[in-house]
Design a protein around this ligand. Structure first.
Ligand code: PMP
Length: 423
């Protein structure tokens, strides 16, 4: 209760950063969608675990018992955080990419996978046999397209894969409705929740979602630990994702005969796991599981402030798939007329101490679609890139105002004012 009452705080929120002219300013980190800063509570949990850390499952010593306990408790914390069914598997992976590849590895042969082109590459690319759906013009069209694709799929297992919150536009996809569609067709649904879980609660069993993947480093815990949670049957039937210690229940002869662990987690977590990463990830889940209302209100207020600011600047355009329809998380991609995205990002950093990302955000087909349809024809960016600002816990009005002010000055400098630092 004490923790729930305490507002979560991130480490390094106001760390000084140098500008090009030698001055120092507090960092305005607007790059949370790439990796979020670490929560204080996560730091505390890892610090507490360090003196006793040991390899899990195999040792009889006290440290090994304590660490094994913490590692297995983390699974239950994640299960609760996701609202996963009691009997579903919670497999610790390296990140979302690893989790989606594990799922792709585990789908039964002959499974038809239906996926939108708008996905992050982690979710778009791993499938052997996929039906790729074009970017839908509205959420209703997304539901309709999934419905038709699943209806037309050949008999056999089917899996609909969708990102709950876009890492490019922050738009929330209609996961509940898509889960209903999947169920109607006897298909399963896997949700890339990498950008959802830092911003919104999720309840897999209430939504009827079969699989969820996410990364610790986007959830205010450091790198190297992620999760695939969901139905255990396909995972139990698949060959181990990695072959080695832990995945093998018994090895006989000279290693030519192996009985693999039947348990889905053991089977797919061969090798010494990232125990501290998992403890960090679970601490983040624990901290974030309370206080959603206040955080969502904070984020929506900042998002409205940022979007209104952007809309007021001639020459700065926001990229969205669905315009003002529907809810969003704190992620905004934009273009500045006369500038290429790299120069915008470098200037925001060098002159204003603002961290944003530029590029195609590992979603090339989606960004291409947004640029083709978003009236970006006049944009000088020949690279087909955009600038992305993203935020969360620890972001302030000042950060947003600094970005809006800087963009206004960049836009008014126009093409001729664009610096050439990147060339
Ligand atoms: N899916 C989405 C929606 C993402 O934003 C990201 C990270 N940009 C990923 C998947 C991949 O995450 P990771 O790099 O941690 O594997």
């Amino acid at each position: 209760a004490a923790r729930a009452a305490r507002e979560p705080r991130v480490i390094g929120a106001d760390a000084p950063v140098p500008l090009d002219d030698g001055r120092e300013v507090p960092y305005a980190n607007l790059d949370y969608a790439a990796s979020a800063p670490c929560l204080e509570a996560v730091h505390e949990a890892v610090t507490k675990a360090l003196p006793y850390y040991s390899s899990v499952h195999r040792g009889a010593g006290y440290a090994s018992q304590v660490t094994t306990d913490a590692y297995e408790k983390a699974r239950e914390t994640v299960r609760g955080f996701l609202g996963a069914w009691r009997r579903s598997a919670v497999v610790f992976t390296r990140n979302t990419t690893d989790a989606m590849n594990l799922l792709a590895h585990a789908v039964p042969p002959g499974t038809t996978v239906v996926v939108f082109e708008t996905e992050h590459h982690a979710t778009l690319l791993p499938w052997r046999r996929a039906v790729r759906l074009p970017a839908p013009a509205t959420p209703a069209e997304a539901i309709d397209a999934a419905d038709r694709a699943l209806a037309a799929a050949p008999t056999g297992p089917r899996l609909l894969v969708v990102t709950a919150a876009s890492n490019v536009t922050g738009e929330l996809w209609p996961v509940r409705e898509l889960a209903n569609v999947a169920r109607r067709h006897g298909a399963r649904i896997a949700v890339d929740a990498a950008q959802l879980v830092p911003h919104r609660p999720i309840d897999m069993s209430a939504l009827g979602v079969d699989y969820v993947a996410f990364s610790g480093h986007k959830l205010y815990a450091p790198f190297g630990a992620g999760v695939l949670a969901g139905r255990a049957d396909w995972l139990r039937a698949a060959a181990p994702y990695l072959k080695g210690g832990g995945a093998s229940a018994a090895v006989t002869g000279r290693g030519d005969t192996t009985r693999w662990a039947a348990d889905a987690e053991q089977r797919h977590e061969a090798g010494t796991p990232n125990v501290l990463g998992v403890i960090a990830l679970a601490a983040a889940c624990d901290t974030l599981s309370a206080g959603w209302d206040a955080r969502i209100e904070h984020e929506e207020r900042l998002l409205a402030r940022l979007r209104a600011g952007i809309a007021s600047i001639p020459g700065v355009r926001e990229l969205t798939l669905w315009g003002d329809r529907g809810p969003r998380v704190g992620i905004v991609s934009l273009l500045v007329d006369g500038w290429n995205a790299r120069d915008v990002a470098l200037t925001l950093s060098g002159e204003y101490g603002i961290g944003v990302r530029d590029g195609k955000f590992c979603a090339h087909p989606f960004v291409r679609h947004l640029l083709d349809t978003g009236g970006a024809g006049g944009c000088a960016d020949g690279e087909g890139s955009a600038v992305r600002a993203s935020f969360g816990i620890g972001t302030t009005d000042e950060h947003v105002d600094r970005l809006v002010g800087a963009l206004a000055r960049l836009a008014s400098r126009g093409a001729h004012g664009a610096r050439v630092a990147s060339r």
